[in-house]
Ligand binder design. Structure first.
Ligand code: GLC
Length: 432
């Protein structure tokens, strides 16, 4: 079977009633940004499937505009922690009763995904109507971020849980997380499920998990949107990728509004502020990359990692800065790393196997590929694409992959979950 056909089959097998699970055992519900990337892939061959997936995601949007990072469409599935009962999102009166959901969000991919779908289906009136219907919901989500997550009105939003960043256990969060004191009784008792479904050494460690639970409880205490979260949370971060994706989606909303005669005045205001402050606040000349800002401890987070490359996708850097980011990737490739490792390969915190501490992630390659193309770095973009293709052909449609070439030579499988939805969809979209 050709790999594109295999990829479609994986998505078909992960399709439930109107949405796709990231991976049937490890992640048996609908995840927010996974779902967006899946719709991107399916839209290239089955537009109805893509529209259904997106509709299903927005069926879980809260009254305050938030899109939760997980929708628990099935309340019978008991193999996941933290499940809907643990989240108890009903503490927020604007959370729908069904589907049940988590209480935090994830990167806001839907603006740019909607744009891609519209562009590729321009003659299709049904798609235009769909985009017109979803457009205000995406705007409402961005409004949530600017209203609830930007206390100093900088146009830069914060996250208060590492899971919101999409890069759960990146070394970026270690510092803040280690300052959280887990004394007896500070968190409820719980049972992890992930470590019985995947290799323990490919999953976040136990001390991290306790802190994930601590932050979840903090959110719950304030109904997941209270102002006290920003005042109290020991973890309060303005993340490079979360904000770059928001800016990319703002831009896409403005383009959609132009094409379909919709109102984008509010979005334009957000975008002006966000774009200029992003560059000012996040660029680190010494490291030659963008770095996030720790709002709780008031300092830049000086690490080279994959979030710092995502501004390419949002076309934030000028030509000089883009050239530095491109040179960084070229250098890694020359040093026998597959592109793009999720964390600084020269840092003692780099771990090429453990989740977001070094491995390659398919949807990240998709974004960085598209960013490089916009800047005219076709050669590096080709490497980013062909590296992902090579890894998939050799190791399968896994969740994520080893980043060191010499180690890949000894492997026959990828890491994490197998038959992974966004791996399949990123592959389809990149190779269509
Ligand atoms: C992990 C990843 C996150 C993803 C989720 C489902 O939590 O870190 O980015 O959305 O799995 O695939």
């Amino acid at each position: 079977m050709r790999d594109i056909e295999k990829a479609k089959k994986i998505i078909q097998n992960n399709w439930r009633n109107g949405f796709t699970v990231p991976s049937s055992k490890l992640y048996p519900f609908q995840w927010m940004w996974d779902s967006g990337f899946v719709a991107l892939g399916t839209s290239t061959y089955d537009i109805n499937m893509a529209m259904t997936e997106i509709d299903k995601m927005f069926s879980g949007q809260w009254a305050n505009g938030m899109i939760p990072h997980i929708l628990f469409h099935s309340e019978k599935e008991k193999t996941y922690f933290p499940n809907f009962d643990f989240w108890n999102s009903q503490v927020n009166s604007g959370a729908p009763l069904h589907p049940k959901s988590s209480g935090i969000t994830q990167p806001g991919v839907f603006g740019f995904i909607l744009r891609d779908i519209l562009k590729n289906n321009w003659g299709n009136e049904e798609v235009k109507d769909f985009v017109k219907r979803i457009y205000p919901k995406v705007v409402n989500y961005h409004r949530f971020l600017y209203n609830y997550r930007d206390p100093h009105q900088e146009g830069i939003i914060f996250i208060y849980h590492p899971w919101e960043s999409g890069r759960d256990n990146s070394p970026l969060w270690d510092d803040s997380m280690s300052k959280i004191d887990i004394s007896p009784g500070s968190i409820p008792k719980y049972n992890r499920r992930d470590t019985s479904l995947a290799n323990v050494d490919e999953r976040p460690t136990q001390d991290k998990y306790d802190r994930y639970v601590y932050l979840l409880e903090l959110g719950k205490k304030y109904n997941y949107d209270g102002k006290q979260i920003a005042e109290e949370s020991p973890f309060l971060v303005q993340d490079t990728m979360m904000n770059a994706i928001l800016i990319k989606s703002n831009e896409s909303l403005i383009e959609i509004a132009n094409d379909l005669n919709l109102d984008a005045a509010e979005v334009k205001e957000w975008q002006n502020l966000s774009k200029s402050n992003y560059d000012k606040k996040f660029w680190n000349e010494d490291l030659g990359t963008y770095v996030g800002y720790d709002l709780r401890h008031k300092k830049q987070m000086n690490y080279r990692e994959i979030g710092g490359l995502t501004p390419l996708f949002a076309q934030i850097p000028d030509a000089k800065k883009a050239a530095k980011l491109n040179a960084y990737l070229q250098d890694l490739s020359n040093r026998d790393f597959y592109l793009c490792p999720s964390f600084d390969v020269d840092s003692p915190l780099f771990d090429s196997k453990r989740y977001w501490r070094g491995p390659i992630w398919p949807q990240m390659n998709w974004m960085i590929y598209n960013g490089l193309i916009k800047y005219g770095y076709e050669n590096t973009a080709d490497i980013v694409k062909s590296d992902l293709n090579t890894l998939i052909h050799k190791l399968g449609f896994y969740e994520y992959f080893e980043s060191q070439k010499k180690v890949v030579d000894t492997l026959s499988k990828g890491y994490g979950g197998d038959n992974f939805s966004w791996t399949a969809s990123s592959y389809i979209h990149l190779n269509q």
